[in-house]
Design a binder for this molecule. Structure first.
Ligand code: C2E
Ligand code: MG
Ligand code: MG
Length: 748
């Protein structure tokens, strides 16, 4: 079966044609055998007929001889031969033939006296005395060979016509048997083939003559015609069948094999081609179905090509979208990371220097808070446009996040880099932010780092150096543009010498230095522990650094993401090691800058595997710094699907958290300690906070009160309907070892 499958259609056609030709050959062979049989039967019949004919002719010959003998015996001239012997030779050699009694050339006559002596002169080898094989001359007939010629002798008695009892003498007729026979007309015998051979001295009885004569039959015209017809028919049949087979093969090959082969080749081409080729328009096929299949394939190929093109375009678009910032249109952080890596791998061959420029908008947080998110976005767009204009045509601008942009310039010098930076500042200074209703000046600070390829300095350091230059540029009284190494000498030394900075950098390098303390969040009214808030500290030289000390460094160095990732790693380790009581929730703090970063979101997704044992809450701090609202909303929605509760931290601080509350998918609102303190007073502010809390609760938010230090405050928030409380009154942040897990818990 397998071998059968591997036969090509051409081979199949050849097999069919071969089978036809073989059948024809067998049929032809069979017909030839039949014809030979018919011929043999014809020949047999011919032979039998020839023998019958011979016998009849011999009988006739004998009868005729007998008749001649009788006629000669009764002829009156015959009787006179004994009396007129002088004329006998003339009579014997002429008169007998003239009288039509014998045929000249084949028959002769001799007369004998009653005593047996021949009459007349001897001639032609006649016996002198008549002797017969039987001894009786009258009526005897025999055949002997005379001079190689088979001869029939017929002896007969001649009586006196007046007296029949008186014997006058004897006659002897001599007949050339074969010559006489050949004078006859034959249908079946070839007369020339008649042959009779007798042994010397042999005497043959005429009755057995037929069996001794050899003969050949005459070719049968009927048989010859039949054979000719048969041969012609057979030939015509062969020619017809052969032509039909070849024509059939040709048509099969032309109409089916070739189109099918082409079809199969087209299919193979379609399967093998990685790149879509311009499809070949199919030539029309003689068979309609094949033509339809080819057309369908052609259409299908066209559709595939169109689909491929569409997909390629979409792919290009997606790729472009994935690398571009939706708000400003310039390249995004992902593009920055890819391009910077690529640039670093190639730049070694560039003979000139490389400059790294970091841009940061001054007082952007204040602008965003004061004028709102939409205007903040417009400011970022104007800044991005101005920077693109100020950079060289082939330089790319990247938005790293928030109000931070970067560019790396190849084939440049520090002076040129500084000049480009100044051009950026000039263009932004000239921009008309007043059209947006922004009255205060909007500017940017620029940190520049330069790497001279000849000096073999490391490219990897450039972003960090530009960051330090930026820190210098941001210092009060500075010119808002600083080049690392030229302007930052003193500043960078200061930075490195700073205890918090050193502690932070070390802690980020060794996450074990970050120590998580857990402060209970109690459910009301029962006061059971519902969550523990994870609060970070850095253990540095046996000292515990509090967030108030290191968070400003995190913020100024824009290390929010790195820091939050390090904290999440710690919390994950604590949860994995089951060092926290099962059932109680964990609340983690994430900065506004980090929550728009995919790597932070994916780490949180990973953390969500603990939700079965520990319900998780995400506290977003500094919400007003959120600039990529769309992404953040999407990410928060995603986190909620894996059971994270989203809390807005420090509600009541900053400029416009209410707006963010509305825009973001938030479940819980944590009232900042400053608001809670107001509740203890009997002021108008206390009334406002109370009304606000009621309103929030009515809006469906779950409220948490931070900084509960007194029973008064606790009673107050409980009366206002807060669901949870947190504060030194109920529990301070503690290490895992200090944590009293025997206190009652509730499922959050
Ligand atoms: P937060 O998230 O609002 O945390 C509550 C802060 O209030 C904590 O300060 C806590 O110790 C303090 N606190 C709690 N109860 C009382 C009280 O009754 N009275 C007073 N006076 N204070 C109380 P901490 O631990 O110094 O954290 C300060 C801030 O640092 C946090 O405010 C949070 O914004 C940030 N933070 C702390 N840990 C992390 C962290 O792991 N990641 C991030 N991104 N931020 C963190
Ligand atoms: Mg918090
Ligand atoms: Mg707070």
């Amino acid at each position: 079966m397998k071998r059968f499958q591997s036969i090509t259609i051409k081979q199949l056609a050849l097999a069919i044609v071969s089978a036809m030709l073989l059948s024809m050959a067998l049929l032809g062979g069979y017909m030839l055998l039949q014809a030979r049989e018919v011929t043999a039967s014809f020949q047999q019949h011919q032979r039998e007929a020839a023998h019958a004919e011979l016998k009849s002719r011999l009988d006739q010959l004998l009868t005729d001889t007998d008749k001649q003998a009788t006629q000669i015996a009764n002829w009156e001239e015959t009787h006179r031969q004994w009396s007129h012997t002088g004329q006998h030779e003339r009579w014997r050699d002429q008169r007998v033939y003239e009288a039509g009694l014998l045929h000249r050339g084949t028959a002769a006559l001799a007369l004998y006296a009653p005593d047996g002596l021949i009459l007349g002169a001897l001639s032609g080898g006649w016996p002198l005395r008549l002797t017969t094989p039987s001894g009786t001359p009258s009526g005897a007939a025999w055949i002997t060979q005379d001079d190689e010629v088979p001869t029939l002798y017929r002896a007969f008695a001649i009586h006196n016509p007046g007296n029949k009892t008186r014997l006058e003498g004897y006659g002897l007729i001599r007949l050339d048997v074969l010559a006489s026979l050949r004078n006859q007309t034959f249908h079946f015998i070839d007369p020339d083939s008649l042959h009779l051979k007798l042994s010397p001295g042999e005497t043959l009885d005429p009755a057995s003559l037929a069996s001794r004569v050899q003969l050949n039959t005459r070719p049968d015209a009927e048989q010859a015609r039949y054979q000719a017809i048969f041969s012609r028919t057979l030939l015509a049949l062969f020619v017809l069948l052969g032509t039909t087979a070849l024509a059939g093969y040709w048509l099969y090959d032309r109409l089916l094999v070739k189109p099918l082969r082409q079809l199969s080749k087209d299919l193979d081409d379609m399967q093998q081609s990685d790149q879509p080729k311009e499809p070949r328009r199919p030539a029309p096929q003689p068979i309609a179905e094949l033509d339809n299949v080819r057309r369908s394939l052609y259409d299908y190929q066209l559709q595939l090509r169109e689909l491929h093109n569409t997909l390629a375009n979409q792919n290009k678009e997606f790729h472009s979208q994935a690398r571009h910032d939706a708000l400003t249109g310039c390249h995004n952080r992902r593009a920055y990371e890819e391009d910077w890596k690529d640039f670093m791998s190639k730049v070694e061959s560039t003979p000139q220097g490389v400059a790294f420029l970091l841009f940061d908008c001054d007082r952007f947080k204040a602008i965003n808070d004061t004028y709102g998110h939409a205007k903040g976005d417009r400011v970022l767009c104007i800044i991005a446009d101005a920077l693109v204009m100020a950079l060289r045509a082939h330089d790319r601008l990247y938005r790293l996040g928030g109000d931070e942009f970067a560019a790396f310039l190849s084939r440049t010098t520090p002076a040129q880099a500084r000049q480009i930076g100044q051009r950026c500042q000039s263009l932004i200074d000239a921009a008309r932010f007043t059209d947006l209703g922004i009255v205060e000046p909007v500017g940017i600070s620029i940190g520049v780092a330069f790497c001279d390829m000849h000096a073999q300095s490391s490219l990897d350091e450039l972003p960090k150096q530009a960051d330090i230059a930026m820190y210098t540029a941001k210092q009060p009284g500075h010119q808002r543009i600083a080049v690392y190494g030229e302007d930052t000498e003193a500043g960078s030394q200061t930075l490195v010498a700073n205890r918090e900075t050193s502690a932070l950098f070390q802690a980020l390098a060794q996450p074990g230095m970050i120590e998580m303390h857990y402060q209970p969040i109690h459910a009301l009214p029962g006061r059971q522990v519902a969550y523990y808030e994870a609060l970070a500290r850095i253990r540095y030289h046996n000292q515990l650094l509090m967030p108030a000390a290191f968070l400003p460094v995190v913020s100024s160095r824009r290390l929010e993401t790195e820091f939050d990732l390090a904290v999440l790693q710690q919390v994950d380790a604590d949860l994995t090691n089951a060092r926290l009581p099962e059932g109680c929730g964990i609340s983690v703090n994430i900065s506004a800058q980090s929550i728009s970063r995919p790597e932070v979101v994916s780490t949180l997704m990973e953390l969500s595997r603990h939700t079965a044992r520990h319900p998780l809450m995400l506290e977003i701090t500094e919400t007003s710094l959120i600039t990529q609202m769309l992404e953040v909303r999407t990410y928060l929605d995603l986190l909620r699907t894996v059971n994270f509760k989203i809390a807005m931290d420090d509600f009541g601080t900053g400029y416009s958290p209410l707006r963010y509350l509305v825009d973001l998918p938030v479940d819980i609102v944590k009232f900042d300690i400053s608001l809670i303190k107001k509740l203890e007073e009997t002021s108008r502010a206390s009334q406002i906070v109370s009304d606000f809390a009621r309103m929030m609760k009515d809006a469906g938010y779950s409220l948490v009160a931070e900084g509960i230090e007194t029973e008064v405050a606790l009673t107050r928030v409980q009366a206002l309907g807060f669901a949870h409380v947190q504060g030194y009154l109920l529990g301070r942040p503690k290490t895992l070892d200090q944590l009293d897990t025997s206190v009652p818990h509730t499922i959050a």
